[in-house]
Design a protein around this ligand. Structure first.
Ligand SMILES: *[C@@H]1O[C@H](CO)[C@@H](O)[C@H](O)[C@H]1NC(C)=O
Ligand SMILES: *[C@@H]1O[C@H](CO)[C@@H](O)[C@H](O)[C@H]1NC(C)=O
Length: 403
């Protein structure tokens, strides 16, 4: 209920369906995109296969100038109101935003940070074809990417797992994976990590991108059984095992420190209290969505507050050099802030999709993040870029930020 209230405007329209004829035939082309010249094949390296999760894909690396740039598209909300003119036009606008941003920014990697689709407006027979459309600008620009998934991606006619499988079919540039069986809980399959190397010949990565599935929405086939809206406690053990395997496997071949960056669609519960301490100088950016029930993890049921604590503890205890945790979900927020209990930086990204709730003046855009070097001790630059080219809320995320 709460989650639906938060996203009011979307669904309320009508459940009497009008079929929008024009769009149903628009079948997308599904190119097998080529890798860029920067990416080379994995060298034959003696690390456990578990630590080489993409044996068939190009190895991702920092650029020739030593930097690594990410662009985050969040809350794309494709497929809204297919029965009227307004809905399909929002997807046209979102695709235009993606193409425009990718052409100008030319990032090394793209993250789609959840709510790719407004699942409650989709049809059983064709819901995943929306993924085909979302990946077109990425395939055209030949930029590697991966996704997290949100509460709107688990609905009666769509699931996180279906979106992941479709994305993997649609694009060889997708690095999205699923968690091992038993990890993540029902509807929470999208938990994985992606290694980024400084140079393609390095034995061990310089940066790990972590992706967590905060579930939410409804159980498959249902509009009455809600899924928990927090990262499942089973993920805590998985984080411990993965980080232990990395230390054992990588550090034995080549001792080095790694940086980390984490993505999860729904903000961790601990972020709710951070909002009360924001300052416009230290924490610039839109702050228009008040965090409360439904806005952070573990809050769909008031008695469940704290259910993401095992995840939050394991994340902050076991993942070293964690530069920031990045979430979407709350379309009116853009700020970064330091979460004091774990001494970790949290950032909202930016509502990119023209679908999904919005308000006048919020605009649509992306969050960019640039690592100036592969040294995990050096800070990173981040800012919000709007579709019209305006930038705002630029901050340097380092050890001094927001103290
Ligand atoms: C799915 O099918 C419905 C009903 O035919 C149609 O209205 C809708 O536009 C289709 N959606 C997509 C993404 O093709
Ligand atoms: C799901 O898909 C079915 C079959 O296309 C459709 O009748 C129904 O309206 C869709 N949406 C929901 C929420 O059930």
């Amino acid at each position: 209920m709460i989650l639906l209230c938060l996203h009011v405007r979307i669904v309320v329209t009508s459940l009497a369906l009008f079929y929008y004829a024009g769009i149903a035939n628009a079948s997308p082309s599904l190119p097998r995109a080529r890798s860029s010249s920067r990416q080379v094949e994995f060298p034959a390296v003696d690390v456990p296969s578990h630590l080489n999760p993409y044996p068939d894909k190009p190895r991702l690396t920092f650029g020739p100038s030593g930097t690594f740039k990410l662009t985050i598209f969040s809350d794309l909300h494709y497929g809204e109101n297919p029965w009227d003119d307004w809905g399909p036009q929002q997807d046209v606008n979102s695709a235009r935003l993606m193409r425009g941003v990718l052409a100008v920014e030319k990032p090394d990697y793209v993250v789609l940070n959840g709510d790719l689709i407004t699942g409650e407006n989709t049809f059983r027979e064709n819901s995943t074809t929306l993924i085909d459309r979302i990946v077109v600008p990425l395939n055209e620009a030949k930029i590697p990417f991966s996704s997290t998934h949100g509460n709107h991606d688990n609905q009666r006619n769509i699931t996180h797992l279906e979106e992941i499988r479709r994305e993997q079919l649609d694009s060889s540039l997708s690095y999205t994976r699923t968690a091992p069986p038993g990890i993540g809980g029902e509807g929470g399959e999208g938990t994985y990590w992606v290694p980024i190397y400084e140079k393609a010949t390095d034995l061990t990565p310089a940066l790990i991108l972590w992706f967590f599935d905060s579930r939410g929405g409804w159980s498959p086939g249902s509009t009455s059984v809600p899924l928990p809206d927090w990262v499942d406690a089973s993920v805590a053990g998985w984080i411990k095992r993965e980080t232990a395997a990395m230390e054992a496997g990588w550090d034995s071949v080549e001792r080095r420190e790694r940086g980390a960056l984490a993505f999860v669609h729904i903000p961790p519960h601990a972020i709710e209290s951070v909002q009360k301490t924001l300052s416009t100088t230290r924490n610039p950016g839109l702050n228009a969505d008040t965090l409360s029930q439904g806005s952070t993890q573990a809050t769909s049921d008031p008695s469940s507050a704290g259910n993401d604590q095992p995840f939050w503890d394991a994340l902050n205890t076991n993942i070293k050099n964690l530069h920031a945790v990045i979430s979407g979900h709350d379309h009116g927020n853009e700020w970064c802030a330091r979460e004091p209990s774990k001494d970790v930086i949290f950032c909202f990204d930016k509502h990119s999709g023209y679908g999904g709730y919005s308000s006048s003046g919020w605009g649509h855009g992306v969050r960019n993040i640039v690592f100036s070097s592969a040294n995990p001790a050096s800070g990173l630059e981040t800012w919000i870029l709007l579709e019209d080219g305006q930038t705002r809320a630029r901050v340097t995320l380092d050890g001094n930020y927001d103290r």
